[in-house]
Design a protein around this ligand. Structure first.
Ligand SMILES: *Cc1c(COP(=O)(O)O)cnc(C)c1O
Length: 396
């Protein structure tokens, strides 16, 4: 495709992309280069927690870009310290290291756990992860992830990530040896198809890790920052993990992530961890603006309420079309189609006129919904009306 004088084949081919170029976004809506508008239920992949181009992020970027972009990670800067303080005040963690992505935060979590294992557990280094989990695309995180096939694409693999089954505590227990230093999971498996870890399972994992003196690590790159209706997904089960990672929502659309841990686990010494952009004020200033908005009790209450509404309406849709129900937490939800028609629905939805609908199908028989956390009931209804139309067309 030619886009004015530019050629899309100048880019590496990493995923099939539709023949459109997005040029603007506002709230739940995107606009392409032909002026067509799309109701966006991807939101940069659960990233734009306040929708496209929210005023608070625009203002934070403008204000900070006039003050200081990057003094280097060898110095403190005000937004970095302020955001770390806010995060520790609002979570069970004491220390924060900022990153540029989720995969980088998870890499840091694994390094921290292995270091802690060297100091406290005779060099134990294995971290139990789960089938169908997703932790990012660096070499080590592709090994940590439970995506089928990912263990061989870029062999040799980074070792030390045995896989258990989600919501099956016996499968975890079986893998614990004197080499085990921790267990890492997503409170809701996102890319795996929106599969929540049961509250009892999270509690059993906390008890099991305490019993063996090993670490519980939550990857909240997708579930953190209000997505589930709690500020952090671990709060759904009333447990307190040892390490947490954040990204996606915390930047509201800009590259920002974080690695958080409790004081007892904070064992990095100078030289162990770092990076040129880590904690840069331009991004951490955005994080402050996002957390100030998302952390409000009224904001989280609205996420819960809209999540419950979406859940109820998806259930109704499922009943009406003989589908297999829905699942999820807060505003991270999936509709179980019962047939491999996900890709077909995504395609039809995007091509609808006068405006399109952007949906995601993480599995052939599943649709995933990850709207902005400030989505309105009207925007939920509008999506459901369009989806109903598509299902009626397909099921005819
Ligand atoms: C998206 C995601 C990642 C990877 O984050 P990147 O910023 O793309 O590196 C890791 N873990 C989970 C649970 C995610 O959803």
């Amino acid at each position: 495709m030619e886009f004015s004088q530019y050629n899309v084949n100048s880019l590496m081919y990493i995923t099939p992309r539709p023949e459109i170029v997005f040029t603007e976004g506002r709230g739940m809506w995107l606009t392409d280069n032909n002026g067509k508008r799309y109701l966006d239920y991807l939101q940069g992949w659960a990233v734009n927690c306040l929708g496209h181009c929210p005023a608070v992020i625009h203002e934070a970027l403008v204000a900070q870009s006039q003050k200081l972009l990057n003094p280097s990670p060898a110095f403190y800067n005000a937004p970095m310290v302020e955001l770390a303080t806010m995060l520790t005040q609002q979570s069970c963690f004491d220390r924060v290291f900022f990153t540029n992505s989720g995969a980088e935060a998870n890499e840091g979590a694994v390094k921290l756990a292995r270091k802690w294992g060297q100091l406290n557990k005779n060099g134990a280094y294995e971290i139990i992860t789960f089938d169908h989990s997703f932790h990012g695309r660096t070499l080590a995180m592709m090994s940590a992830s439970g995506k089928p096939g990912w263990d061989t694409i870029f062999a040799p693999q980074v070792t030390g990530f045995p896989k258990a089954d989600l919501n099956d505590i016996a499968s975890v227990e079986k893998l614990i040896t004197d080499k085990t230093v921790g267990i890492m999971l997503e409170p809701v498996q996102g890319e795996g198809g929106v599969i929540p870890a049961a509250r009892e399972f999270m509690q059993a994992l906390r008890a099991l890790t305490k019993k063996h003196g090993i670490l519980l690590i939550v990857d909240e790159v997708q579930t953190g920052m209000g997505r589930t209706g709690e500020l952090f997904g671990y709060q759904l089960s009333g447990i307190e993990p040892d390490i947490m990672t954040l990204a996606k929502g915390i930047g509201g659309g800009v590259p920002l992530g974080a690695l958080l841990c409790r004081e007892e686990v904070a064992c990095f010494v100078p030289g162990d961890q770092g990076g040129t952009y880590n904690g840069a004020p331009l991004m951490t200033a955005v994080g402050i603006a996002v957390l100030k908005t998302v952390g409000q009790p009224e904001f989280l209450a609205a996420v819960k309420e809209n999540g419950a509404y979406l859940s109820q309406q998806l259930t109704k849709l499922s009943d009406d079309f003989g589908l297999q129900g829905e699942r999820g937490e807060g505003l991270l939800r999936a509709l179980k189609l019962g047939q491999p028609i996900g890709a077909q629905i995504v395609e039809i939805a995007r091509n609808m006129e006068p405006f399109g609908l952007l949906l995601n199908s993480p599995r052939p028989d599943l649709l995933r919904f990850m709207p902005a956390l400030n989505v309105s009931k009207e925007e939920i209804d509008q999506m459901l009306t369009m989806l109903r139309e598509i299902l009626a067309q397909i099921k005819k």
